[in-house]
Design a protein. Structure first.
Length: 632
């Protein structure tokens, strides 16, 4: 039995206990939520006295309208199952502030079993809630700070899966998976890292843990869309109080762009190193001593004979020499100063001094800001190509000359053959018609004309044949021991008594050698033509002076006249086939004579020169070696 004093005492203790509670104790009717009992401490919690609750005020009235449906639903649900409830919600304090409360309660048996009551406790949890909110806000701030950082931050377990403990938003950019998929849905690092790289990462992390240092490892991650991206991952293991590894903390950056650039660079480097072309890279200083070489490839070493060590630090001037075109260097400088690429070729020299024709292609290389930082030069030895081109050009030139010659030959022959053929035809017709009636002498005159015309034509053909033989390289020298005076005397006599019968031809052989190793045929070709020109281009009655002498182991012959001379403009092309000077007037000719002289002299290993002045006269001079080698 409990004594009254004991009961009073117990009530007193209960009251003081409930008063000091940061909340209120209640007993209520679940149907109406009217309080059967409310502890006095409800005053602090709600601002209303416990009496107010016995006067029909219900706690439910204080619930924040937004939270009310949830509170009712949860309470009803728990009570219908006769289970205790525990609900957090906000109430309006009488002073107008909002308080967070935690209400706990459960049904208790009542004297009337049909109407059980609820005993419960309402605790003020405003402070805890506010602390939680502050924590959430601070976490939010932290997350937003981290998400604004480049890259991503993570915390994961140190085991086979690397399960995620924390992941910043940046993971989405790298993998296409959200932070939540890692943090909340159990996606682990292992699932997004490229499998081939896994062993390498494991080893790097293991080694760092062993050494007690941070790890840094670059690897590939598989993006949700299937693409691969490169990351660099720097992290460190954190140990728990017991010394075991609690987790790994790290930061990660997307380095795909850098890796791609590196890959490109590697490719370019391989291309530059492996190309058969010579590549050299220089700085940009154009003033003396010139741009320093900073890189050369094996192609350069092969082309120039300089090793990379020898070339680096030098300037491209090491390739220049006597025949390097100075104009080209000026142009090169102008182009590069203007930031323009340069193309050109010039003679350069290898380390051993051998020259080669170098084709240069130089481009300025610029940095991000567009400033020129280097010149990249690609060089190619085009010596063989140029020689080949020259040979082709010469061959073409020759072919063109031959074709010109043919054209000129046709026009010359049609002209030069027409006159003697006309003579032949005329005389033959006259002879046919009147021959029988003519005196013998007249017949002979016409027959001689025909013969002379035939001779002219045959001489012309001879000339053409000599040129043809010479062009075909068949004008060979057949030297024999002969007396030059005798040979030239015979030619002089022949001309003097033939076409030169109106001229005086003198021959000076005072210093002529007694013998010479020479080809009489070639001497005849040369001297006959020179003499007949002297006759043709000087007035009858004038004197032509021929002189033969020996000097400097050579046989010299000059033929001098006081004729019309050769205008200066024509002198240069005088020995070309068919070329005739502008002052020849009516004097007939083919323009082949001097070409034959020149070829004959050349075949003899000698040379020809002349002096001439228009209106004064000409002197032609040939020099033949006395004991010539076969010049052909
Ligand atoms: P051509 O049949 O016209 O004489 P050549 O080849 O012998 O041909 O000479 C070429 C040209 O050189 C002549 O047409 C002439 O203009 C000039 N020439 C050659 N010899 C003399 C000379 N002794 N005096 C003046 N001109 C000459």
């Amino acid at each position: 039995m409990i004594r009254i004093t004991d009961r009073k005492e117990a009530e007193q203790r209960f009251k003081s206990l409930t008063t000091n509670l940061p909340g209120a104790i209640f007993r209520a009717d679940p149907r109406t939520w009217n309080a059967v009992y409310m502890s006095e401490s409800v005053l602090d919690l709600s601002g209303y006295s416990h009496e107010a609750f016995s006067e029909g005020h219900t706690f439910a009235d204080l619930v924040h309208p937004d939270d009310r449906p949830q509170v009712e639903a949860e309470a009803t649900k728990a009570l219908s199952k006769r289970k205790p409830f525990q609900i957090e919600y906000r109430i309006h304090h009488r002073d107008g502030s909002l308080r967070w409360v935690l209400a706990q309660g459960q049904l208790i048996p009542n004297a009337d079993p049909q109407h059980p009551l609820i005993d419960g406790l309402v605790l003020d949890i405003t402070e805890r809630k506010e602390a939680e909110e502050r924590l959430a806000a601070s976490e939010q701030r932290f997350r937003s700070l981290v998400s604004n950082l480049p890259g991503l931050v993570y915390r994961c377990t140190y085991d086979t899966n690397w399960d995620t403990l924390y992941m910043s938003e940046g993971i989405f950019d790298v993998t296409g998976y959200s932070r939540a998929e890692f943090e909340e849905h159990g996606l682990s690092f292992k699932e997004v890292v490229c499998e081939d790289d896994l062993p390498r990462i494991r080893e790097a992390v293991r080694a760092s843990i062993e050494a007690g240092t941070a790890y840094e490892v670059e690897y590939r991650m598989r993006h949700r869309d299937g693409s691969m991206c490169w990351v660099t991952d720097k992290g460190q293991a954190t140990r728990g109080p017991d010394g075991t590894i609690a987790w790994l903390d790290g930061v990660m950056f997307d380095i795909t762009a850098r890796k791609k650039a590196e890959e490109r660079l590697r490719l370019m480097e391989t291309a530059v190193e492996d190309t058969s072309e010579s590549v050299l890279i220089t700085e940009t200083e154009l003033d003396r001593p010139g741009p320093r070489i900073v890189h050369v490839n094996p192609g350069f070493e092969r082309l120039t004979g300089y090793t990379a060590e020898e070339a680096i630090g030098q300037t491209p001037r090491i390739l220049q020499g006597e025949e390097t075109d100075p104009d080209l260097l000026v142009h090169l400088r102008e182009q590069l100063e203007a930031g323009q690429p340069f193309f050109g070729e010039t003679v350069n020299y290898r380390k051993d001094g051998t020259p080669f024709i170098n084709e240069w292609s130089i481009s300025p290389a610029r940095n991000d800001k567009g400033e020129i930082t280097h010149f990249v030069a690609v060089q190619r030895d085009v010596t063989e190509r140029r020689e080949y081109e020259n040979r082709i050009r010469e061959a073409l030139e020759k072919a063109r000359e031959l074709s010109d010659l043919k054209t000129q030959f046709i026009s010359m022959t049609s002209h030069e053959f027409r006159t003697p053929m006309g003579t032949i035809l005329a005389s033959a017709e006259l002879l046919e018609r009147y021959g029988e009636r003519w005196e013998h002498d007249k017949q002979v005159t016409h027959l001689q004309r025909i013969q002379s015309a035939v001779h002219t034509m045959s001489d012309l053909l001879d000339d053409v044949l000599v040129i043809g033989r010479s062009d075909a390289g068949k004008l060979n020298m057949r030297p024999e021991r002969l007396n030059p005076t005798a040979v030239i005397q015979a030619i002089v006599d022949e001309v003097q008594h033939g076409e030169g019968d109106g001229h005086t031809i003198t021959l000076n052989t005072d210093e002529a050698p007694a013998v010479a190793e020479a080809d009489a045929g070639l001497i005849r070709h040369a001297c006959t033509n020179l003499l007949s020109n002297a006759v043709k281009y000087s007035d009858p009655g004038s004197t032509i002076r021929v002189r033969v002498w020996a000097a400097d182991k050579a046989l010299h012959v000059t033929v001098a006249d006081d004729g019309i001379g050769i205008p200066e403009d024509d002198q240069e092309r005088l020995f070309e086939s068919f070329h005739r000077a502008g002052n020849v007037g009516n004097v007939s000719g083919t323009g082949l004579g001097l070409a034959i002289v020149q070829r004959a002299v050349a075949a003899h290993g000698g040379q020809i020169d002349f002096q001439s002045e228009a209106g004064v006269g000409s002197t032609f001079h040939i020099t033949l070696p006395l004991t010539p080698q076969d010049a052909a």
